[in-house]
Design a protein around this ligand. Structure first.
Ligand SMILES: NC(=O)c1ccc[n+]([C@@H]2O[C@H](COP(=O)([O-])OP(=O)(O)OC[C@H]3O[C@@H](n4cnc5c(N)ncnc54)[C@H](O)[C@@H]3O)[C@@H](O)[C@H]2O)c1
Length: 370
């Protein structure tokens, strides 16, 4: 079992526990008087490890609520349902709300906890690869509003995040690979040799043809999977410790997300089925093309080509179905915009990512072939 503390200055603001089992959860929960659990209903139905948690909560008298987790339900209505339930249950200011689910669940429940009675404690047991390597760490919470992604929300740290890969065995291959995009994103930002290790591990996963074979692969390679999850968590923790409120360096974690959010928004409007991780995968590759074009590199020698090959071999989507010109209006409204420009995070090399401000017109010009 590994413990990593997240500091802001001298102060410990959150903790991450990484373990191949749930031994260790009881000690985390024992620090809190009253715990309330909110679980994604698909996790409750499909994930065998959630049965262990349900039994454990039953024995400890922890009340539970199920929610439906999707981009469509990631709204204020669901936040209000969680708040109403907490009120009915008599949750007071010393309560801890434990979210068990993917990034949608932790974003919704974290936000509900942040506003209920002016803010109560929260903690996460992330159940998707994406949430384990990214969404459940760093304290960003929020919901979609008026067809824009994550427009309402706050940054508020959970007490702890408990990362256990057992939760991932029931994930569909598509949802698992969605997390692979965020894993690779993390190591493009800060490499330390992990990008190639992650690609190697993911290639092995991509070769398994079924969810069951994928789960067997995870079990057989558990030590490497734990190392990759821990390394990704460590990168995010280090960046969040230095810049909790995204005034500078934390923006790097948005690599692929300015394009990615525009792709998700267009997909929702036009009825395409694209997951967050798939949109991020396409977004990273567009950002790499933008970096190559900005540096006037020959496309044959640029980073975009290396990343295309690596992503493809891991089973990630590389072609975006929308033209960049169709994304401009959405990118202009992106929450990262300021003074007529948008912060784009550009990967110049694996391990060398910089934030550069462009107008969306600059971007369409640089990606003129799109
Ligand atoms: N707060 C942050 O810092 C941050 C960072 C990245 C992404 N996000 C957000 O995270 C969301 C994407 O997260 P996600 O991919 O985890 O999505 P998700 O929570 O919607 O989960 C994806 C699907 O997997 C199902 N699922 C979850 N765990 C399962 C399990 N163990 N077994 C079987 N099915 C399971 C869910 O019901 C859902 O259908 C987006 O809304 C994105 O905006 C937030």
């Amino acid at each position: 079992m590994r413990h990593i503390n997240i500091y802001s200055g001298e102060r410990c603001i959150s903790r991450v526990v990484i373990n191949s089992s749930f031994e260790g959860l009881e000690a985390e929960l024992a620090r809190h008087n009253r715990v309330f659990a909110v679980m994604d209903n698909r996790v409750a139905a499909e994930c065998p490890a959630s049965h262990f948690l349900a039994d454990f909560f039953g024995r400890k008298g922890v009340p539970g609520m199920l929610i439906e987790a999707s981009e469509q339900t990631k709204t204020m209505d669901t936040v209000m349902e969680v708040c109403s339930w907490l009120l009915e249950q008599g949750a007071d200011r010393d309560a801890l709300v434990l979210a068990i689910g993917g990034g949608v669940t932790s974003d919704i429940v974290g936000f509900a906890a942040a506003i209920y009675k002016r803010g109560i404690r929260s903690a996460y047991i992330p159940t998707t690869f994406l949430a384990q390597v990214d969404a459940a760490i760093g304290g960003k919470t929020g919901v979609n509003f008026n067809n824009y992604k994550n427009v309402l929300g706050v940054i508020r740290q959970p007490e702890f995040t408990y990362l256990c890969p057992q939760m991932l065995e029931s994930l569909s291959r598509r949802d698992f690979l969605s997390g692979a995009a965020e894993l690779l994103k993390t190591f493009i930002i800060e490499d330390n040799g992990y990008f190639d290790r992650a690609v190697k591990w993911l290639r092995g996963y991509a070769l398994t043809q079924t969810q069951e074979a994928g789960a067997e692969y995870m079990k057989a390679t558990m030590d490497e999977l734990l190392d990759l999850i821990a390394a990704a968590a460590q990168v995010k923790i280090s960046i969040v410790s230095r810049d909790q409120f995204e005034r500078g360096e934390r923006r790097k974690l948005n690599l692929g997300h300015t394009f990615g959010h525009a792709i998700e928004t267009l997909a929702q409007r036009k009825g395409y089925d694209i997951t967050h991780g798939e949109a991020v995968s396409m977004g990273i590759l567009l950002a790499a093309e933008l970096a190559d074009s900005y540096e006037m590199r020959n496309p044959e020698e640029g980073l975009a080509r290396r990343l295309d090959e690596a992503f493809l071999s891991c089973g990630l989507p590389i072609g975006c179905p929308f033209r960049v010109s169709a994304m401009t209006e959405i990118m202009r409204k992106d929450k990262k915009a300021g003074a007529g420009k948008v912060h784009f995070v550009l990967p110049f090399e694996v391990g060398d990512v910089r934030v550069i401000d462009f107008t969306v017109e600059d971007v369409t010009r640089l990606l003129s072939v799109k």
